[in-house]
Design a protein around this ligand. Structure first.
Ligand code: SF4
Ligand code: SF4
Length: 377
């Protein structure tokens, strides 16, 4: 039997290869969904006060229906599928669904509240081929707003640290409905201590929009972002979040309905969890024309939108359409103290290989070779 540590390293590099392929595909073509978010069950075992994405009665979507939906997303060319809910671990055959996603060569991610994780469940997710798992933890001690607490979930984090062969991210949150912003820092420190990855998010209101953050909340976000120093993380360079925490709007084009899809438990395509009913077309009938039309449709909710996964997808499109502007937005040429900044190495490599403005003749050979290695035509 191969030791867990070796399997982890091998899986990690395989995941990096497939993530690079996903980014390269998004930079090459605007015609497929980069990310689809799909709901296998709307029921949740918790009832967080700020949440409008769950109920306490729904039955899981049948496994055969879920597999059909995954197959349809694969036909549309989707590169990442996120399973959430409600609570996705309440689906009795979640492993089977993850396995089908991976069989299509698509990156598989689960967003969970973590309550139902056990060593056995983690090992089953390893075997199914899960790539990423994210838990949002809202506070240190449970309160009336949320029971997603470090105190309750610490044992789960220790099991994940010990057994998970997929990437684990713990997202702490600040925002209007969170009583103690200091809790987010305690959660992030514990996450880093356990060797897991840490991000911080801003809690949006019921329409996906922002409540302005206080000075204390802004300081805590900056401190959390300085705790872990990955080689490169879009979460640390996200210009959307930099504006939003200062209460400023973002000028961007949301491509939900095209590059990002939200598939509800009834199998309908929506822009996102906060904009249900637009366009509200059954996934089974969704066409490439629908993708293009909805991707181009203006979204009036965009300026104060806090839905970070849609922001990240749109950054890839900005990079493809106007690389110089997008890179300057992500990495301003000078930092706050006026010092010249340098692009992180992975960004320099990807830019040189895949962005159109770098398509000089000498580089074309390496770009074609990279495309072949990544299996992209
Ligand atoms: S755990 Fe997640 S899905 Fe369940 S109520 Fe809380 S925020 Fe909503
Ligand atoms: S801007 Fe896009 S992602 Fe954000 S709330 Fe509106 S439709 Fe949803």
């Amino acid at each position: 039997m191969i030791p867990v540590s070796l399997r982890r390293v091998a899986k990690r590099w395989h995941r990096v290869y497939r993530e690079t392929r996903m980014v390269a595909m998004a930079l090459k073509s605007p015609r497929h969904p980069v990310l689809a978010h799909i709901i296998p069950v709307r029921r949740c075992n918790l009832s967080c006060a700020y949440c409008n994405e769950f109920d306490s009665i729904s039955k899981p979507v049948t496994t055969s229906e879920m597999l059909n939906r995954i197959d349809k997303l694969a036909t549309l060319g989707t590169t990442v599928i996120t399973l959430s809910g409600g609570e996705p671990l309440l689906h009795p055959e979640l492993d089977e669904i993850v396995r089908r996603i991976r069989r299509h060569g698509i990156l598989a991610e689960v967003l969970t509240n973590g309550y139902l994780l056990t060593p056995d469940r983690i090992k089953r997710l390893n075997r199914a081929g899960l790539d990423h798992l994210q838990i949002s933890i809202d506070n240190v001690l449970p309160d009336d707003v949320s029971k997603k607490s470090l105190k309750v979930l610490d044992q789960k984090l220790r099991w994940l640290s010990e057994f998970a062969e997929f990437q684990v991210n713990i997202n702490s949150v600040v925002g209007a409905s969170i009583a103690s912003p200091q809790d987010a820092l305690t959660i992030a420190r514990r996450t880093v201590e356990l060797g897991l990855s840490s991000t911080v998010g801003i809690i949006h209101d019921h329409s996906g929009q922002l409540q302005p953050l206080s000075d204390e909340q802004q300081k805590i976000i900056a401190e959390i972002q300085s705790l872990s120093k990955p080689l490169f993380s879009i979460a640390r360079h996200n210009p959307f979040q930099k504006n939003l925490i200062q209460g400023l709007p973002n000028a961007w084009h949301c491509r939900a309905g095209g590059r990002y899809l939200y598939i509800c438990e009834d199998g309908l395509v929506h822009y996102c969890s906060q904009q249900r009913g637009h366009p509200g077309i059954p996934l089974v009938q969704y066409t490439r024309e629908d993708l293009e039309r909805e991707s181009n449709a203006p979204k009036p909710c965009a300026p104060y939108c806090t839905i970070s996964c849609v922001h990240r997808v749109s950054l890839l499109d900005s990079l493809r359409e106007n690389p110089r502007h997008a890179l300057e937005q992500l990495f301003p040429p000078r930092d706050e103290d006026g010092h010249l900044t340098r692009l992180p190495a992975p960004v320099r490599v990807l830019s040189a290989l895949f962005l159109p403005s770098h398509a000089g003749s000498g580089r074309r050979f390496f770009r074609n070779a990279a495309m072949r290695i990544l299996g992209i035509n």
